[in-house]
Design a protein around this ligand. Sequence first.
Ligand code: ADP
Ligand code: F6P
Length: 330
Amino acid sequence: MATTSKVKTIGVLTSGGDAPGMNAAIRAAVRRGLQQGVQMKGILKGYDGLMNEEIIDMTARDVSDTIERGGTILYTARCAEMRTPEGQKRAAETCRKYGIDGLVVIGGDGSFAGAQKLAALGINTVGVPGTIDLDIACTEYTIGFDTAVNTAMEAIDKVRDTSTSHERCSIIEVMGRNAGYIALWCGIANGAEDILLPEKYDYDEQKIINNIIENRKKGKKHHIIINAEGIGHSTSMARRIEAATGIETRATILGHMQRGGSPTCKDRVYASIMGAYAVDLLIEGKSDRVVAYRNGEYVDYDIDEALAMKKQLPEYQWEIAKALSYNYSK
Ligand code: ADP
Ligand code: F6P
C-alpha cells in the first residue's frame, strides 16, 4: 500500500528491563507499518544500538513465530551514553543517517525520557509502556505485568505447598525495586499473611513476629510473607524471624524468572494493539507521545505530561489485601 504519510521509515527498539509481550508489540509495529506502506527497521539493544548503528531491516517474516516468545527479539540494554547531550545527539544523527524519521520506543519511564530527548532533536518518537513493574503513571496496563504476576503467583503456590508440609514460615521476594504492584497482586492472589511494599515501608517486624507466634498457637501450618524487592533483606529477615519465633523460616527470591516466559493472552493482545497504535500515531504525524491504556481505552499522552504524572498505589486494593489476610480478618 502506498503511503501519504510524511513518515517513510519507522524504527523500533526495546529498552530497559525486558518484559514478556515485548515481541508482540514489535511484531504488531512491524506488520502495521508494512501494511501502511512504511519501511520498518529494528534497532538492536535499545539506545546502545543507535550509538553503534546496529540496525536491521524488518519484514513481516522476521516477526513470525515471535508472539509466543518471552524476552525481546531486538534485545535490550541500559545505555549510559544516552543520558548525555552528546549521546542523544549521536542517536538522533544515526536516525537521520538511516532515514529513520519515526521511532517506537518500548520500555519504561527511563526509556521514555530518552525518547523525549530525541523528539526535542527532531526525531518523531512514540513510547509504548513495557515493564513488569506496572509503575508507569499514565497507564493502567504495562506490557509484561500480567505474565510476571501469573508466573510469580504460580511459584508462590508451589512454595506454599512445601511450606505447609514442613510447617514453616516463608518469605517470598518478588520483583519491584521501586514499586509494589507485583507484591500487592500476589499478596491477594496467593492469600499471603503479610505483604511488604516499598510504598508502605513503615511495616513493623515485631508485629509480624507476634502474628506468626499467635497464628501458630491457633494451628496455622504456614505463614506466607510476600516481600517486594524494594524492601530487600529477605534472607536476614528470615533468620531474625526464625530466631524470634523458633519456627523454621526460609526466604525464596524469585528473581529474573518473573521477567521471562511465554506472555499471557492479555499481554499478547494489549501489546499488539499498543505496538500498532504507536505506528499509527507516527503515520498521523504525531511525535513526543506515549501510548497508554486508561478507563477501558487505548489513548496517548504527551511524553512530558506522562512523565510528570505520579502513580499512587490503589489504597482500597491495599486495604482489602490486608482485610483478607488471616492476620487481620480474624
Ligand atoms: P526503563 O525504561 O525500564 O525505565 P531505565 O530507567 O534503565 O529503564 O532506562 C532505560 C534506558 O533509557 C537507559 O539505560 C538510558 O539509555 C535511557 N534513559 C534513561 N533515563 C534517561 C534520561 N533521563 N535521558 C535520556 N535517556 C535516558
Ligand atoms: O523490569 C523491572 C525490574 O524487574 C525491577 O523490578 C528490578 O528492580 C529491575 O528490573 C532489575 O533489573 P536488572 O536486574 O536487569 O537490573
